[in-house]
Design a protein around this ligand. Sequence first.
Ligand SMILES: Nc1ncnc2c1ncn2[C@@H]1O[C@H](COP(=O)(O)OP(=O)(O)OP(=O)(O)O)[C@@H](O)[C@H]1O
Ligand SMILES: [Mg+2]
Length: 291
Amino acid sequence: MEYTIETHDLTKKFALQKGFTDFLLHPFRKDEMTAVEEVNIKIKKGELFGILGPNGAGKTTLIKMLCTLILPSEGTAYVNGYEITKDSGKVRRSIGFITADERSFYWRLTGRRNLKFFASLHNFYSEDAEERIDELLSLVGLEERADDRFLSYSAGMKQRMAIARGLLNDPEVVFMDEPTRALDPGAAQHLRGFIRDRIVGDEGKTVFLSTHHLPEAEELCDRIAIIDEGRIRVVGTLDELKAGLDKPDPGLGDVFMHYTGKEFERGAAPKHVYPGRRRMMGGGRPGGMRF
Ligand SMILES: Nc1ncnc2c1ncn2[C@@H]1O[C@H](COP(=O)(O)OP(=O)(O)OP(=O)(O)O)[C@@H](O)[C@H]1O
Ligand SMILES: [Mg+2]
């Protein structure tokens, strides 16, 4: 297959929870919101592809579908040549999924013990596992702290441990959902260098990452897809995206404005919420309440 990731009209709709009044007024109405709408993207092997969008744009939902954690409502996708619904087991074995959610580790265990546990879920045991774990600990620069408890790590170390875990099965494709969230600017900068030089450069992995940080997408990604309200508005290299604008030396914020008609910081209006809730959340301001 020519592409490592290929999506065809990939769509996810979520059922909306009804409030009491809505339930009384429209008991049989089925309300849903579209979190990801007809996404068509193609990503080649070894690419560092970024999906950029504000809060609620649909980034995590898209990644979860590609990682087979949730089912699409319509459309489909192929990852490493496997269809995400029919061959979900094969997709899972060939990918790594890295999130900033550190709660999925066992805090009282050491970093090494955590990795041993997750290696066993990939059917790696004893010497094979130990060798791979040592290799990964050295890749993420945590050999010296490997035998300390997970709870004693800094946010940056926890994130590096999450990367080591995501690479345990030596995946072809690595999905990262906002990998630098919760890191200070220095640690984030270090991690970006690590992703580009080691994971993509040395290891030759295909990386699909999400971010809502404009400079991160600008600095890191070979190609960027801008997503807003569930729809991909444009895809291209930074130069290609900028070339579409009539402005001298535009930034990614200008590109976002050009293709979505709004400023990046204001983000997507949560238009799927019920009018009553929308008033509570944002007083009707476009963009709603920002956190
Ligand atoms: N399980 C769910 N049930 C209902 N709605 C959901 C669910 N998961 C996500 N959504 C909605 O889908 C939309 C997209 O959410 P998603 O988490 O994909 O956004 P995101 O781009 O990852 O945002 P963020 O930058 O805040 O992480 C949001 O409006 C969200 O409320
Ligand atoms: Mg998200």
